[in-house]
Write a protein of this length. Sequence first.
Length: 176
Amino acid sequence: MSNAGAKRVADSALAWLWLSAVVILLDQLSKHVISSHLALYQSVRVLPFFNLVLLHNTGAAWSFLAGASGWQRWFFVLLALAVSMAIIIWLARLPRTGQRWTAAALALVLGGALGNVIDRLWHGYVIDFIQVYYRHWYYPAFNVADSCITIGAVILVLEGLFHRRATGARGADGVN
């Protein structure tokens, strides 16, 4: 890489990739611990609204397409890799300073997406283990990667809404 190319990388938000690496590490470590200590479908009550439960999700969020014939594994791998590439390009074009919330949010989404891709490639399914409930209502189980994707997406939405207002960003026609 040339000095100019290295400087561009150093000046970009790619410096936030450490956060993606931490997300992947925490996600994979937590899945390994849960898989090592719980049998499939085994549930352990932690709090009156929170269980640890080992589930295998061949679908996407909320087990979307889990009952499909297997093609969904590769579809979700390719989709997540395409989104990951788009996020890396976005981070590369984003300045290192001035847009920290956007960079952190993108890094969270990237780490979460790649954490789940690792599961799909290694196991053929995503390991979910966090179960939140109230009385007889149960939210679909999820994992650390899913949590980071959600947190990152919420930050992106909030940053888009409030940063635009705070900076008085103008639309394409030059009007607020």
